[in-house]
Write a protein of this length. Structure first.
Length: 157
C-alpha cells in the first residue's frame, strides 16, 4: 500500500496548477474515482483509482492521453487515445482464467501497461461524459492481456 501512495503522490505532484482538474466516477474496469488534468492543449493526464477489480484489490491507473478534437467536426465530441501504467495491490484474478479452476492470486503488487481509445461528450465546459476501450497487458503474475471498457463522467469545478 505504501508503494501505491508514493506513486500517487509523485504523479499528482506533476499536476500543472494552470490546468483544469476534473473529478468524477468511472464504471467498468476499473470502477472508482477518476481525475483528469486538462492542459488546454492536445494532451491530458487521466488518473483512476478503483476498488475490487479483476487486476487487484486497489488499482491505480495513470494515463497520458493524446486528444483529437476535430475528428468529428463537432464542438461537443472529442476522440482521444492514451498510454499508461496500471498498479494494483491485493488479490486479483489471473489473466489466464479457467472457469473450472479459481485462478486467483494473492500477491501484494501487480504491474501492467494500458492503452486506450476513448470518446468524450462535452455538453458544457464544466462537465463531460466518456467511454473508453483498450487492452491491459499484465507484466506481473503471468504475462497476459485483457480488453477493458469503462464509462463515466467528470465535473470541472
Amino acid at each position: 500500500m505504501k508503494k501505491l501512495i508514493i506513486i500517487l503522490v509523485i504523479m499528482l505532484s506533476s499536476y500543472n496548477a494552470k490546468a483544469d482538474l476534473g473529478i468524477g466516477l468511472i464504471f467498468g474496469e476499473p470502477s472508482g474515482i477518476t481525475l483528469k488534468s486538462r492542459s488546454g492543449g492536445s494532451n491530458d493526464f487521466i488518473f483512476n483509482l478503483g476498488l475490487r477489480n479483476h487486476y487487484g484489490g486497489v488499482r491505480f491507473d495513470g494515463i497520458y492521453t493524446f486528444n483529437f478534437p476535430h475528428v468529428f467536426n463537432s464542438r461537443d465530441f472529442e476522440l482521444y487515445a492514451g498510454l499508461g501504467a496500471v498498479i494494483a495491490v491485493g488479490e486479483g484474478r489471473s489473466f489466464f482464467y479457467d472457469k473450472n479452476k479459481n485462478n486467483y492470486y494473492d500477491d501484494d503488487f501487480n504491474f501492467g501497461a494500458k492503452a486506450l481509445l476513448g470518446l468524450n461528450f462535452k455538453p458544457s465546459k464544466a462537465f463531460e461524459i466518456f467511454v473508453e476501450l483498450g487492452p491491459l497487458i499484465g507484466i506481473t503474475n503471468g504475462v497476459g492481456a485483457n480488453m477493458e471498457g469503462a464509462i463515466g463522467f467528470r465535473f470541472y469545478p
